[in-house]
Ligand binder design. Structure first.
Ligand code: PGA
Length: 248
């Protein structure tokens, strides 16, 4: 099983989002080969859940608040997303970390909040270009993974994803070399294994598109991809799903 997750960010308007959701819902997906998930802009999530209806497409939040309800202006909680039919939640995307100042502590609280309400967390980690240039990739990943998993209580049978998304590869067209991604995934898996015996799916994200997707999906250490821009175009999103279906 491979996972094709699409983070639609704030690329599409409400109508464009609906159109893409409808287009996707009309595609036949080989559910024995691939699981598809999309993360629409918050105001469109409820409609996307309705549009995809009975199609085998998971819908998730791009971000959640760490409290369920209360006086938190502008926030939307995991509980509320769960109520409208979401199953997954992106947590700690680098745009949340580096544009909106989300700390490792905030990421941890959001992971706990997602688990509390029964959402499947898709937790993003990854080094910045500066980390990379200073030889601090593993140090950064160690810090992020530790903040997420140390002492974390994970319910039995809970699905959980970590997405390795090197910040320098996101939206840059400069995807991480697949052989490098494979070894970083191995490192991330080892780090996680020191903190929990729970099994975790590990995705790659960062300038994935229909042309390079197979070079990641064919790697044993890569369970799937989290695509941004390429997932907002019908043709490339469907091409990535079809690519995943070719893997035995
Ligand atoms: P990108 O974004 O595919 O546009 O690089 C990936 C992501 O941010 O999840």
């Amino acid at each position: 099983m491979k996972y094709i997750f699409g983070n639609w960010k704030m690329y599409l308007g409400a109508e464009e989002t609906m159109q893409l959701a409808e287009d996707l819902a009309s595609v036949t997906i080989r559910v024995d080969q691939v699981q598809v998930g999309v993360f629409p802009v918050s105001i469109a999530v409820r409609d996307v859940v309705e549009r995809v209806g009975g199609a085998p497409i998971a819908v998730g939040a791009q971000n959640i608040a760490w409290v369920p309800k209360g006086a938190y202006t502008g926030a939307v909680s995991g509980l509320l997303y769960k109520e409208i039919g979401c199953t997954h939640a992106l947590i700690g995307h680098s745009e949340r970390r580096y544009i909106f100042g989300e700390t490792d502590e905030a990421v941890r609280k959001k992971v706990e909040a997602a688990l509390d309400v029964g959402l499947i967390p898709v937790i993003c980690v990854g080094e910045t270009r500066e980390d990379l240039e200073q030889g601090n990739r593993e140090k950064r990943l160690h810090e992020q993974v530790t903040a997420i998993f140390a002492g974390l209580s994970i319910p039995a049978h809970q699905s959980l994803f970590v997405a390795y998304e090197p910040v320098w590869a996101i939206g840059s067209g400069e995807a991480c070399d697949p052989s490098v991604a494979a070894s970083v995934h191995t490192f991330i898996r080892q780090e996680i294994a020191q903190l929990t015996a729970h099994s975790v799916f590990v995705l790659y994200g960062g300038s994935v598109d229909e042309k390079n997707v197979l070079s990641y999906l064919t790697l044993d250490t890569v369970d799937g991809v989290l695509a941004g821009r390429a997932s907002t175009q019908k043709e490339s999103l469907i091409a990535m799903i079809r690519a995943a279906e070719t893997i035995a």
